[in-house]
Design a binder for this molecule. Structure first.
Ligand SMILES: Nc1ncnc2c1ncn2[C@@H]1O[C@H](COP(=O)(O)OP(=O)(O)O)[C@@H](O)[C@H]1O
Ligand SMILES: [Mg+2]
Length: 255
């Protein structure tokens, strides 16, 4: 199964991606986390693995990728980086980091001031996900950048479901409505995760969301997660809430 995790900045996308990835590993799945956030340099630490080199390096680096895209103008859709379907085993090991559990691939980061936008990363991420074939024991968790630009880039089109992380804020609730609308427009199921909640914020959020889409999990505000986030520590895998989330996804998306 392929899951895309989205939400506003700081809502807990990378934390939930990491916890979920570790849970799937614990349950015997092969797990690949795809980091499509060009601005995040902390996900690997939450997973407890090294930062892999930018996957775009496999195609000569960002500049080369950008030139290839520009050469195709205005037929951007004709640009194709993959000439055959890949399984997990086809991902070049030099661009993977991991341990005996989770594997991580990072599409590309912004490294220098003035280097240009992240459109090339978006195109590569979309094609990487679309080209990747998963078997029933494999899970791909894609951690995205804040907001909804990745919908514009078409990344969700190559996923089985969208998991929207919502923290207790007006902005997150509004974004959830937009994400639900965008997911529905491309026929992708969308599930909500209420994160960092306590009793009263959970009630308010449930009311505001109005039961229109499934709430896959409710994750309480957890001081140990906050501290891990501050220190850049690996997150701990064991949590009944994450186990429920993982079971929910397996139930909905088993294939
Ligand atoms: N349930 C939670 N309880 C407490 N802190 C959390 C929780 N989920 C995430 N955090 C913290 O919130 C911050 C932002 O989380 P992160 O996963 O990096 O968000 P995003 O990827 O959406 O930007 C981090 O410091 C993280 O540790
Ligand atoms: Mg993040």
């Amino acid at each position: 199964m392929k899951i895309v995790i989205c939400g506003k900045g700081g809502s807990g996308k990378s934390t939930i991606s990491s916890l979920l990835a570790k849970n799937f590993v614990k349950n015997g799945f092969s797990v690949l986390v795809v980091d499509t956030d060009e601005s995040n340099f902390g996900l690997h630490r939450q997973l407890g693995v090294d930062l892999p080199p930018d996957f775009m390096g496999y195609y000569g680096g960002k500049q080369t990728v950008v030139e290839k895209i520009f050469q195709a103008a205005p037929n951007y859709d004709s640009v194709s980086f993959f000439d055959k379907e890949w399984g997990f085993a086809d991902i070049p090991p030099a661009y993977l980091s991991g341990n005996d559990g989770v594997k991580l691939v990072a599409i590309g980061k912004i490294h220098e001031a003035g280097e240009g936008c992240a459109c090339a990363m978006g195109m590569m991420a979309k094609q990487f996900l679309g080209n990747l074939k998963v078997t029933p024991g494999e899970v791909v968790i894609t951690d995205t950048e804040a907001g909804i630009e990745h919908f514009g880039r078409g990344i969700e089109e190559n996923a089985d479901a969208v998991l929207m992380v919502i923290d207790p804020s007006y902005e997150s609730l509004k974004l959830a409505e937009k994400v639900a609308e965008l997911s529905t427009s491309i026929d992708k199921p969308v599930f909500f995760v209420l994160n960092k909640v306590d009793g009263s914020s959970e009630d308010f959020m449930r009311d505001a969301l109005g039961g229109r889409h499934a709430i896959a999990a409710v994750i309480p505000v957890d001081p140990s997660l906050a501290l891990a986030g501050l220190r850049g520590d690996e997150v701990e895998a064991d949590s009944a809430d994450i186990e429920r989330l993982s079971l929910f996804l397996r139930d909905k998306l088993a294939r």
